[in-house]
Design a protein. Sequence first.
Length: 256
Amino acid sequence: MKNSVKKSVTVLVAAGVLFGGLQAGIAMGAANGLSALKPASVNTYTFKTYTAQQNGAEAQIETLTVSGLGDQKLEKQLNEILAKDSQAAYEQYQQVVAQAQKAGEDTHFALNMDYTIKTDTAQILTIEAAESQAAGSGSYERSYYNVSKTDHKLLTLAGLFKNDGYIQAISKDITAQMSQRMQADDSLVYDLKSADDPQGFAAIKADQDFYINDKGQLVICFDKYEVAPGYMGAQEFVISLDAIQPLLQDNSPIWF
């Protein structure tokens, strides 16, 4: 398997530095400018891409390692989850290759997995893990890991709220948004529950995928085909603060 470094990105966050002082430092020259300042924290994100090709099957799998969160236990927990995801993708590729070898013929299969830093603020880090597969038909799935940098923990959707009333509140807001989108654009069709479609969307799952964007808003996510036809792709809904504010935990990272 070919091992190549795709990218190595270092993000520096200098908190508590006065803007005016920073400008003055830079103006004085490199010796007394930004390089002379000591950042309050350094978050490092290291991406590596591994590629493999065998018996007609191809894989491109990314790994991500996070450091500089200021909590080694949290970093270990997060990095173990990310490593497990990448390893699971590779094992799936290996299974396809093994089946092809057993059958004595090549297959047609492609797997791609990568990570994206969706949000990186002083309070929140959100990582998107995306996996796509192509084998005749295609599939595309995403998952999200939301980290509170201030509380030093991984966030869950349920943990953002005081009780399970958030399920109904968020579902109602999403249903209204779906209806508004369809009214505004005839090409959009959401699978809303009705007498004709009893299996349509009625409520989110208690652990529905979500992330917190750089504006501090809660974004609920659905994979392709989950609430709409495939041509519409994956769907996202920014939840109205009015819909959930009474239910939010104190000191919630939503609208920080």
